[in-house]
Design a binder for this molecule. Structure first.
Ligand code: KIV
Ligand code: ZN
Length: 518
């Protein structure tokens, strides 16, 4: 007998986007949504339509385009939010869902909402009724459920199910719960609420204590049949439950779990790289499932064991998460059709002949510098190329010259194109990257604070593409920028300029968990 289905609800484009600096353009979100659809994710939470015009358009575009996953929009429990979400989803190609929420913990009701429990109860019920005018697929979340009173939760949830909510999501908003406690909450809610059988219960666990995946699985063991999660665990603060960890834990431990996921796990690596490339959030090497070391066997004892019998030290197969063993792909002499073929194998969609030609030109430039081109190189190359194409860049890099010599102060000279005008500057610095950033700042004077600078190599070897991530902060606004090149000084300049372009583009967003204006 086949097991019950565990619904995978991806919130990379909504809760994930709430990570500082992870905001994405509508085109970037659509690209991720298509990759999630290809992975056969059941539900894609595409955004929070009232938060900005850009997010409204992103949710609308994704809803119009996606055919195989349900597209969901978030709305606080108020008419303005719900009407806006309904509007964004109205031309959905497939089924759509409105996800509405209001906080139920004593702390949030008193200090954030300044509402009584009875007012929260009434607003939750009205919100669900209103959302049902747009779709019969309505999810309700009692925000901060992890610190809410169980009797009050039972009262609210029973009423919202009666009002038409079909999914009840239980957020551990601040990542405070322990697995046994969270599992017990789910079990008690399902047992005590008389009409609980009319809704699917869902988990939404934050990772502040590193417990998000364990808590979600405890929820599943106790009756939840939807897990909210995100690629690479992206999300507010320490993030959400990582989709790849949930999927592989459920697949690998079928002996212990009462249900199964229907996603295509071989798409995991492609999605992980896509999300990290677009957001600039590098994946730590020892990250479960998608980290560079997750399937690498360093120690001699382990290698020996794995060669004799894979199961000695490997509980999953690298192929099942989309890591192909045949990694060497193209070289200098590879032609356009081999390149196109490889893009198809890697599920990288190219929208026009012109785009293919530009991507191929960049591939040839890279092949001149690097003899062996790996899948990761192609992914990084196309990701960067798409990012530049999707973004109105006010500042462009024309050229850079950087010199360092033992005993001399490093120097960099840079020429930028700013609104069709070339501007140049030179600077000294503690190192070449420092001199380069100072030269750029001489031209731009952004006054931004550099919060993060990190370099990682895309593949092995000193001729690898270096991928640089930069985070800038100015007046409370945080942006991330990325750049890649075989020369890390150039990659650094590209990343810094990319971040500046994002910082200079207008952005006004409402945060969903700030409650003004509902
Ligand atoms: O963490 C949270 O409570 C949320 C809600 C909006 C579901 O993200
Ligand atoms: Zn959340």
């Amino acid at each position: 007998m086949s097991k019950e289905k565990l619904i995978i609800f991806d919130t990379t484009l909504r809760d994930g986007e709430q990570s500082p600096g992870a905001s994405m353009t509508a085109e970037e979100k659509l690209r991720i949504a298509k990759a999630l659809e290809k992975m056969k994710v059941d539900i894609i939470e595409a955004g929070f339509p009232i938060s900005s015009e850009g997010d409204f358009l992103a949710v609308q575009g994704i809803a119009r385009e996606i055919k195989d996953s349900v597209v969901c929009g978030l709305a606080r429990a108020g008419a303005l939010d719900i009407n806006r979400a309904g509007e964004a989803l109205k031309d959905a190609n497939n089924a759509s869902r409105i996800h509405t929420f209001i906080a139920t913990s004593p702390l949030h009701m008193r200090d954030k909402l300044q509402m009584t429990p009875d007012q929260v109860f009434d607003q939750a019920v009205s919100a669900v009724k209103l959302a049902r005018n747009f779709t019969d697929n309505v999810e309700f979340s009692p925000e901060d459920a992890g610190r809410s009173d169980l009797d009050f939760l039972c009262r609210v949830i029973e009423a919202v199910i009666k009002a038409g909510a079909t999914t009840i999501n239980i957020p551990d908003t601040v990542g405070y719960n322990l697995p046994q406690q969270y599992g017990e909450t789910i079990r008690q809610l399902i047992e005590r609420i008389p009409n609980s059988g009319k809704a699917i219960f869902s988990t939404h666990c934050h990772n502040d204590l590193g417990m998000a995946v364990a808590n979600s699985l405890a929820g599943v063991m106790n009756g939840a049949r939807q897990v909210e999660c995100s690629i690479n665990g992206l999300g507010e603060r320490a993030g959400n439950a990582a989709l790849e960890e949930i999927v592989m834990a459920v697949r690998t431990r079928q002996d212990m779990l009462p249900c199964d996921v229907h996603v295509d796990s071989t798409q995991i690596m492609t999605c992980s790289r896509l999300v990290s490339g677009i957001t600039g959030f590098a994946v730590q090497p020892n990250k479960a499932i998608v980290g560079a070391n997750a399937f690498a066997h360093e120690s001699g004892i382990h290698q020996d064991g794995v060669l004799k019998s894979r199961e000695t030290y490997e509980i999953m197969r690298a192929e099942d998460v989309g890591l192909s063993s045949n990694k060497l792909v193209l070289g200098k002499l590879s032609g356009r059709s081999a390149f196109k073929d490889r893009l198809e194998t890697l599920n990288i969609s190219i929208d026009s002949e012109e785009e293919l030609n530009s991507a191929f030109r960049r591939f040839k430039d890279l092949a001149d510098k690097k003899s062996e081109i790996f899948d990761e190189d192609i992914q990084a190359l196309v990701s960067n190329f798409k990012m530049e194409a999707s973004f109105a860049e006010a500042i462009k890099l024309i050229s850079i010259k950087a010199c360092s010599e033992t005993g001399e102060t490093p120097q960099a000279s840079i020429t930028l194109l700013i609104d069709d005008e070339e501007k140049s500057a030179s600077s000294e610095g503690g190192g070449l990257v420092d001199a380069t950033f100072k030269a750029i700042e001489k031209i731009i004077s952004s006054d931004a604070d550099l919060q993060i600078y990190s370099v990682s190599n895309v593949t092995k070897g000193t001729d690898s593409l270096g991928e640089v991530a930069v985070r800038l902060e100015k007046a409370g606004r945080i942006v991330n920028g990325q750049g890649s090149d075989t020369d890390i000084v150039i990659a650094s300049a590209k990343a810094y300029i990319n971040a500046l372009n994002r910082l200079l583009s207008p952005s006004k967003r409402i945060h969903p968990q700030a409650y003004e204006g509902v």
